[in-house]
Design a protein around this ligand. Structure first.
Ligand code: ATP
Ligand code: MG
Length: 428
């Protein structure tokens, strides 16, 4: 029997790894520059955490959760998103005692049982940020500025920020009434899911992936905002203009999770096709109390790393690729091993990626392997060299060879790599 990876999951290796490292490093750098602290929560949680926070009537809870009963009879779910776990951790560990606001970021795998396609996987990865403890529009502005800075830092350009406000529970009363009114006139056209949602949670009809046209013509949340929510939204737009963050107002934007209030946003990429949302988020002022925590206004976003990488590739962004090996060390015979260990260890100490042969092959086979690894320099140490206290340094691009005294070899290699532009000043 052949073992295959689970449908909707990916093995990430080879050149792909450079893209992952690039995105993760940029994410960490931006989070750090904005004062967001890393948080790592478990990849599984009690199922109820998600049904309660994400919402019973959402696609995630209805169709997409990886839920199983463990050997102790508990219902467990692989996390489909990172906000509820972050909030759970915040409440459970009484982090509020450290004062407010608090800023967190996370990077990690999420799990949703979806139909696998480009940009849609069953195990995918998110970089997310959460800003807990401010209801002020300045907090919303900060999170959007962070999102923009992150995309800029990655070098992604063909994107647009879609912005909306969906109000609070007060505005919802009137809005839901208007929606019911509207959809009741089109009830027969609704898909089966939406017919159920019409009774249980009418706002969910707006992000139905089937009844898209109906949703486009539905009443807009912004026309039903209460005075406070309207002021909040107007202030946020003012702040974004001030900060130079471009956005389009999108009255049709509602998010696929129940816990959102007021600000919602999505960043869409113009070259990505059907799965074009690379980052999405919003404010979730009610989530903490929903999870029996303190009254805690908060907001955040999550960006899909797979989709960011598709965007990077579609824009042909040049990413750095760290070489696996600059120097390949070739021992020839037992007598050379002490010298070989010494020089490899010295090279690594000064920060040069160095691989040593471990197959005791002949010179030709080792040089061939060095070439395959794209090594720049081969260091050859045979009994003859050892007895004369020298090493043979071979430039693999030009095939030139130089004999160098053993004690000067590392300095010689460092200078050579610097001359080739392959080492920065940090190596000495
Ligand atoms: P979609 O409408 O595409 O299903 P969503 O509203 O379910 O997205 P969110 O829960 O807001 O997505 O997640 C934030 C981001 O995570 C998305 O914008 C996307 O970039 C990424 N994402 C979500 N689901 C997947 C998935 N199944 N595979 C890959 N990336 C995903
Ligand atoms: Mg989805």
């Amino acid at each position: 029997m052949k073992y295959e990876r689970i449908k909707g999951t990916n093995d990430i290796y080879g050149d792909e790894i450079h893209f992952w490292n690039f995105v993760e490093q940029k994410a960490k750098r931006i989070a750090n520059l904005f004062g967001y602290e890393e948080i790592r929560t478990p990849i599984f949680e009690m199922t109820e955490l998600f049904t309660r926070s994400v919402g019973e009537e959402t696609d995630i809870v209805q169709k997409e959760m990886y839920t199983f009963v463990d050997k102790g009879g508990r219902s467990i779910t692989l996390r489909p998103e990172g906000t509820a776990p972050t909030m759970r951790a915040f409440i459970e560990n009484s982090m509020i005692n450290n004062g407010l606001p608090q800023r967190f970021f996370y990077i990690g795998p999420m799990f949703r049982y979806e139909k696998p396609q480009s940009g849609r996987l069953r195990q995918f990865h998110q970089f997310g940020v959460e800003l807990l403890g401010s209801s002020h529009p300045l907090a919303d502005a900060e999170v959007l500025i962070l999102a923009k800075s992150f995309l800029e830092e990655l070098g992604i350009k063909n994107y647009q920020i879609h912005l909306n406000s969906i109000g609070c529970s007060e505005c919802r009363v009137n809005y839901k009434r208007a929606l019911k009114d509207y959809y009741s006139k089109h009830y027969d056209q609704l898909c089966d899911d939406c017919k159920r949602r019409f009774e249980t949670n009418v706002m969910r009809l707006l992000d139905c992936k089937v009844d898209v046209q109906l949703a486009a013509n539905a009443p807009k949340t912004v026309d039903y905002l209460c005075k406070e929510c309207k002021e909040h939204y107007e202030k946020l737009k003012e702040l974004l203009n001030l900060a130079g963050v471009d956005y389009v107002e999108d009255g049709n934007l509602v998010r696929g999770l129940d816990y959102y209030t007021r600000t919602v946003f999505e960043v869409r990429h113009s070259l990505l096709g059907a799965q074009n949302t690379i980052l999405a988020g919003g404010r979730y002022d009610g989530l903490s109390t929903e999870l029996r925590g303190p009254d805690l206004p908060a907001l955040g976003f999550a960006a899909g790393i797979e989709r960011l990488i598709i965007a990077l590739k579609s824009e042909k962004v040049e990413i750095p690729r760290k070489p696996l090996c600059l120097v390949y060390v070739i021992p020839l015979g037992e007598a050379s091993l002490r010298h070989v260990f010494e020089i490899t260890s010295q090279l690594r100490k000064v920060g040069i990626p160095t691989i040593m042969d471990v197959n005791a092959r002949n010179l030709k086979a080792q040089l061939k392997h060095a070439d395959r690894l794209n090594a720049v320099i081969a260091v050859i140490l045979g009994e003859n060299e050892v007895s004369r206290n020298v090493v043979l340094i071979k430039e693999l691009d030009t095939s030139q060879q130089h004999e160098v005294q053993f004690e000067y070899a590392v300095d010689y290699i460092v200078d050579m790599l610097k001359f080739k532009g392959l080492l920065s000043g940090e190596h000495s």
